[in-house]
Write a protein that binds this ligand. Structure first.
Ligand SMILES: Nc1ncnc2c1ncn2[C@@H]1O[C@H](COP(=O)(O)OP(=O)(O)OP(=O)(O)O)[C@@H](O)[C@H]1O
Ligand SMILES: [Mg+2]
Length: 250
């Protein structure tokens, strides 16, 4: 389903998540356009995963609102439009690669044949075609990540929420993942991706830098560089983090 009510794939206003007294995500305002690759960066515990989970409706928001694929976050009508890859791989270890993909295909209402067609293409892309009938329990960590990405992509969603999709994936394959992301962006897909890799951050159209639950800087790579007065992105984030601690607006 493609909702036309807004230009943006994602819009949040004051999006907040508290766990007890602890605020994990603090009044987040995001506007992510359709067809954009948006990188969510920030140190461990910054609130990236919590944000993604609220966007795909796995976590209830404490405050604020979020519109995702034209629907309020968590609305089941948007689920066919969303592909979510969790940070922690969630596959059925006792099933084969093929059976896992079949399962996810069925969840999204694809027929066996439709799933098989997608599966072939996707397993080729993640370079796992010959592992199709192997139990997931027998795969390496990086391979499981690749299957997990396949499962998130099986229904050709318009919006991809990818939580560290390239962790443990070897450099060569990481490059081919990014080529693929760029290709599907060209077909109008929106991708929100969390990463700790600066080379990946550089490939995003825009980056949001989170820290302590807040978005402390946002923009294109050149904008972030000029905001911080640093060419190197890692240095730029250090400067912006220090500034935010000093209470100065980034
Ligand atoms: N279910 C929970 N209950 C209590 N606190 C939580 C829960 N989930 C997350 N948190 C806390 O919220 C904060 C943000 O966590 P989150 O997983 O969103 O960070 P992250 O930016 O994804 O970090 P990482 O880079 O390590 O993946 C952390 O301090 C974490 O301990
Ligand atoms: Mg995380």
């Amino acid at each position: 389903m493609e909702a036309e009510s807004t230009e943006n794939a994602i819009e949040t206003r004051g999006l907040t998540k508290r766990f007890g007294r602890f605020t994990a995500v603090d009044s987040l305002d995001l506007e992510i356009a359709r067809g954009e690759i948006y990188g969510l960066l920030g140190p461990n515990g910054a609130g990236k995963t919590t944000t993604i989970k609220m966007l795909c409706g796995l976590l209830k928001t404490t405050d604020g609102r979020a519109q995702v694929a034209g629907m309020p976050a968590g609305d089941r009508r948007a689920s066919a439009d969303i592909g979510y890859m969790p940070q922690e791989v969630a596959l059925y270890e006792g099933l084969t690669v093929h059976q896992n993909i079949r399962f996810f295909g069925r969840v999204f209402g694809l027929s066996g044949r439709q799933t098989d067609e997608r599966e072939e293409e996707l397993l080729e892309f993640v370079n796992l075609a010959e592992w199709r009938d192997v139990l997931v329990a027998r795969l390496s960590g990086g391979m499981k990540h690749r299957v997990s990405l396949t499962c998130a992509l099986v229904h050709s969603p318009a919006l991809l929420l990818l939580d560290e999709p390239t962790v443990g994936v070897d450099p060569e394959l990481r490059v081919s993942f990014w080529d693929y992301f760029t290709r599907i962006k060209g077909r109008g897909r929106t991708i929100v991706i969390t990463t700790h890799y600066m080379d990946e951050a550089r490939r995003c159209d825009r980056i949001g830098f989170m820290r302590d639950g807040r978005l402390i800087a946002e923009g294109t790579v050149p904008e972030i560089q000029s905001l911080a007065g640093k060419e190197d992105l890692e240095d730029a984030f250090m400067v912006l983090a220090e500034r935010s601690e000093g209470g100065e607006a980034a």
